[in-house]
Design a protein around this ligand. Structure first.
Ligand SMILES: Nc1nc2c(c(=O)[nH]1)N(C=O)[C@@H](CNc1ccc(C(=O)N[C@@H](CCC(=O)O)C(=O)O)cc1)CN2
Ligand SMILES: Nc1nc2c(ncn2[C@@H]2O[C@H](COP(=O)(O)OP(=O)(O)OP(=O)(O)O)[C@@H](O)[C@H]2O)c(=O)[nH]1
Length: 444
């Protein structure tokens, strides 16, 4: 084992009151702690009813104790779990007793980090544990489970193996420079490179879907006062979140709501209507609207169907960031009798109040954010993973252009392999590991 750790302990269950609370302890030799805490040796993987003892022999709590000797445990080290009564004070007392017996407070993500360092799981799997806990929809949880089960890692392993095969071929030719090109041609190195590129593209596609499931999208509702932004927000959310009145300028601050679109967490942001105003509160609201626009991945510009796109709407459109996709939503068609649904590439007719055209709107939103539908094959992924795949892709592009300069070709293949290996953590710096695990919760 590369890693010689001290003993760590943490409350593994959520803070607050619960029927049962769990404390997890992980380290190398937990026999001593078990003796002092429970007063008897623990049979591996056996549920013991036990009284957890304080130093003076009094009882801190009673509960169930489990012992998983390393390496057959979650962390790969010896693990003891204490299942006590799930009150915050009892849990704190029990944890304090573990600390008194020589454990220290675990840092965020430290159990998972140890599982990674002890080869119980790779980095993508450890991240999937955190993503499973943080999942905001059933679809996100299911795809986190896929990654946890190794679906993503296996894809990466296949690609890395193929890269290694290609590298061996290319590096072999470095030893026989006279025959190099012919040799590579005969071995179809170029064809293999193209094949790798198309596989990378496919994995990037799936990972992009996984990132959408994990991180969701930010959709901002903008437009003139009184066009129905708050009504649309409420209609999408299925409840009255934002205040709706006939008074222009009702929404003065940004209002956020998390809704599900086919399992994609969508943060819908209702904003103050954009107009010139002297009202100081409304002015601040409008500034916040622009700040929300800057962070959004998609904007819905609401328009009153009776008026169509006005000069004021055009002025808003002109000020939007050029790369931001904008869907023009013509609202209040119950008053005009316009046909509901998509009318042009970036235009849709709805009535927020009457609930017309909303199904079409939801599908359109999903298409605009790049969601291809949940076919159960999507594994959870993060920006870190997409970034690694893109870097691997760009090394393969350089490799392809440098095909006849074999040293460069070989080097680019090596760099592509390293980039992919960052995903599973076979090639990852300690700093990066620190950043990744520190974002986990305590006790995980
Ligand atoms: N009580 C408890 N429940 C829990 C966890 C835990 O740590 N403790 N988990 C924490 O996330 C999750 C389950 N994950 C786990 C993963 C591996 C092992 C484990 O003991 N693995 C051994 C033995 C495997 C086997 O018997 O097949 C090993 O990998 O060698 C335990 C829990 C969810 N439920
Ligand atoms: N007939 C009809 N009325 C609507 C529709 N959508 C919204 N309204 C009405 O239009 C008025 C303004 O709606 P809001 O949702 O508050 O509009 P807003 O754009 O959020 O307004 P501000 O808060 O001023 O920015 C309310 O009286 C709504 O009931 C619709 O589809 N049809």
């Amino acid at each position: 084992m590369l890693y010689t750790p001290d003993t760590i302990a943490a409350i593994a269950t959520a803070p607050g009151r619960g029927g049962v609370g769990v404390i997890r302890i992980s380290g190398r030799h937990l026999g001593d702690i078990a003796d002092k805490l429970i007063g008897k040796p623990l049979t591996p993987r056996y549920a013991h009813f036990a009284r957890f003892k304080a130093a003076d022999g009094s009882v801190v709590d009673e509960g169930i104790a489990l012992y998983f000797p390393g390496p057959n445990s979650f962390t790969g080290e010896d693990v003891i779990e204490l299942q006590g009564h799930g009150g915050p004070i009892v849990m704190q007392m029990l944890l304090a007793r573990c600390i008194e017996l020589g454990a220290r407070f675990a840092e965020a993500g430290e159990f998972s980090k140890r599982a990674f360092l002890n080869d119980k799981m790779d980095l993508a799997q450890a991240e999937a544990v955190a993503d499973l806990i943080d999942a905001q929809s059933t679809a996100a949880a299911k795809s986190a489970l896929k990654s946890l089960d190794g679906a993503f890692s296996r894809e990466i392993h296949v690609l890395v193996d193929e890269l290694i095969t290609l590298r061996m071929l290319v590096e072999a030719t470095l030893d026989f420079p006279e025959e190099d090109i012919d040799f590579l041609e005969a071995a179809n190195a170029h064809g293999k490179l193209l094949e790798l590129q198309s596989q990378l593209q496919r994995v990037l596609g799936t990972a992009t879907q996984g990132k959408l499931l994990r991180e969701g999208v930010h959709i901002v509702l903008i437009g003139q006062p009184n066009v129905g932004k708050s009504s649309l927000m409420n209609a999408l959310a299925g409840e009255e979140i934002a205040i709706v009145t006939a008074i222009a300028g009702t929404t003065r601050d940004t209002v956020r709501e998390l809704i599900q679109l086919d399992g994609i967490p969508a943060h819908i942001i209702d904003t103050a209507g954009l107009r010139t105003t002297t009202d100081i509160v409304e002015k601040i609201g409008i500034e916040r609207t622009w700040a929300a626009i800057a962070k959004a991945e998609l904007a819905l510009l609401l328009i009153d169907s009776r008026e169509g796109i006005t000069a004021d709407d055009q002025a808003i459109l002109d000020k939007l960031p050029p790369q931001l996709p904008v869907l023009r939503v013509f609202n209040k068609i119950d008053l005009t009798g316009d046909v509901p649904g998509i009318v042009a590439e970036n235009e849709i007719h709805v009535s927020a109040k009457a609930g017309i055209g909303l199904t079409e709107l939801r599908s359109k939103l999903l298409a605009l954010v790049g969601w291809h539908g949940n076919d159960d094959s999507v594994f959870i992924a993060r920006e870190r993973h997409l970034n690694a795949i893109r870097r691997a892709q760009s090394h393969l592009v350089t490799a392809e252009t440098a095909y006849l300069q074999i040293e460069i070709f070989a080097e680019e293949l090596r760099l592509a392999q390293n980039a992919l290996s960052e995903i599973t953590g076979q090639f990852t710096s300690d700093d990066l590991l620190g950043v990744i695990f520190s974002r986990f919760c305590i006790g995980k």
